[in-house]
Design a protein around this ligand. Structure first.
Ligand SMILES: [Zn+2]
Length: 452
């Protein structure tokens, strides 16, 4: 049993002071308001529930910054994807693990305490399955164990190169499975994640362009009670191709043909018409927004204002990991809406509410739902995932309450993070991961070889 006393805590009912937490087996067993400090480890600062990261491809951390040179003609998501295909041509299992551990370490230092890894890199560089088809799932699980990250692993089903059963391109050969090999992959993923404390496994049909209607149904049926994530409507071309193939836009097609409910997370959902916006909100699914990556890739702007007005749920993800920051994702989401609507404080739930607090609360709830984890609140029965901000940080020292969160999101960013706990264990102290040196050195060695 670990017994903490926290100076300031964001509890479900609001801000508390001198709050005692009893933690056992990674779970908060009891919360004591106005606790006695005797026999408790004191954690100075401002404790928030750690934010779930609902979407990432950790290997892409290694190519961050490699696709920022202008090409011969209009650069786009599709030219970025060509860089990504070339980069992963040289990745070994050791590289995948080293990059995963490094990315997860940065996520923990950046305010994320659990991760849904949308894992689509399965086979060797020639497209042959490894001796254990789930070899790279095991490497992701190892990265979670090395970094201390709470893991929801989503093995991706990817079977075709485009709408209408187009054959996969050569650059996609490391991703491809049929329904039979996917089943073995999923079983292997479940074995790999059994070694990760509190690990969860879901399923992820990659996108409507990568599956057939039949295989989508088969894969979704394998999820059990686990989450189902899918990329959708990220790109205008993808919307146009879907309309050409089916006569419907992607989200409209999905809502009509798949059992979308609270177990689902629709990643990006950038290009929506009014009916689709309302349809996702009413389904109970989570919109998985990745605002920094969506800006980097030039995807477009989500219909945030209408979606939240319709009661839609959302969480945020770091996706390509071009920049890893929980406060940065929420800030970018709000700023994208300010630019779109030429207004300020557009995502706060009501007049007089802090925008930072409103965004943080909603992303906690949506993120926890999307990851299928008992996280997102400092309350008995939840995992003890905490992000503790430095109360002496220049941007936080003179304010209090919800202003702390506004300053964290809009001003200080991740520089305000002092201590991070996952399942009651401190993994970040003084803003640095406890194994930073070893994890960073291994990453640097891997990258030097990959880029040589
Ligand atoms: Zn993605």
């Amino acid at each position: 049993m670990r017994k903490l006393i926290l100076d300031h805590v964001l509890l479900p009912e609001g801000w508390g002071q001198n709050v005692g937490l009893d933690i056992d087996g990674g779970t908060i067993m009891a919360v004591h308001r106005q606790a006695d400090a005797g026999g408790r480890e004191r954690i100075a600062g401002i404790a928030l529930p750690g934010l779930p990261n609902l979407h990432s491809h950790t290997f892409q951390r290694g190519m961050a910054g490699l696709a920022e040179t202008r090409g011969p003609e209009g650069d786009s998501f599709w030219t970025w994807r060509q860089v990504m295909y070339r980069f992963l041509g040289s990745l070994t299992p050791d590289d995948v693990e080293a990059i995963a551990a490094f990315a997860m370490m940065e996520m923990l230092e950046g305010g994320f305490t659990s991760l849904a890894e949308f894992h689509y890199l399965h086979h060797d560089a020639e497209g042959r399955p490894y001796a254990d088809i789930a070899e790279l799932c095991r490497r992701i699980a190892a990265g979670a164990n090395e970094s201390g990250m709470g893991l929801t692993l989503l093995p991706v089903f990817y079977a075709q190169g485009g709408f209408g059963a187009v054959a996969p391109a050569e650059g996609q050969r490391r991703f491809i499975n049929d329904a039979e090999s996917y089943l073995r992959l999923l079983e292997g993923a479940r074995r790999a994640v059994a070694d990760v404390e509190d690990g969860v496994v879901g399923v992820a049909p990659h996108s409507l362009r990568a599956v057939t209607p039949e295989s989508l149904g088969e894969i979704v049926a394998l999820a059990g009670e686990g989450p189902v994530h899918i990329h959708i409507a990220e790109q205008v071309k993808e919307v146009e191709d879907c309309v050409a193939w089916s006569g419907q836009r992607p989200v409209a097609w999905l809502l009509d043909h798949a059992p979308v409910d609270r177990h689902w997370c629709l990643i990006h959902a950038t290009h929506l018409d009014a009916r689709e916006t309302k349809g996702i909100a009413e389904s109970g699914a989570v919109a998985g927004l990745c605002p920094i990556t969506e800006a980097n890739l030039g995807d477009g702007i989500f219909e945030g204002v209408d979606y939240l007005a319709a009661g839609g749920r959302f969480g945020v993800g770091s996706d390509s990991n071009i920049e890893i920051s929980a406060p940065g994702e929420l800030r970018q989401f709000e700023y994208s809406q300010r630019l779109k609507h030429r207004a300020r404080n557009v995502l706060a739930a009501r007049e007089g509410q802090s925008t930072g607090r409103s965004l943080y609360d909603q992303a906690l709830m949506g993120g926890a739902q999307a990851l299928g984890r008992r996280v997102g609140a400092i309350e008995a029965g939840y995992r003890a995932d905490l992000v503790v901000l430095d109360a002496g940080h220049p941007d936080l020292a003179a304010v209090s309450g919800d202003r702390w969160i506004d300053s964290y999101l809009f001003v200080a960013g991740k520089s305000a993070i002092d201590t991070v706990f996952v399942a009651g264990k401190p993994v970040v102290r003084g803003g640095r991961h406890v194994n930073r040196e070893a994890v960073a050195a291994r990453y640097a060695r891997a990258m030097a070889r990959i880029l040589s």
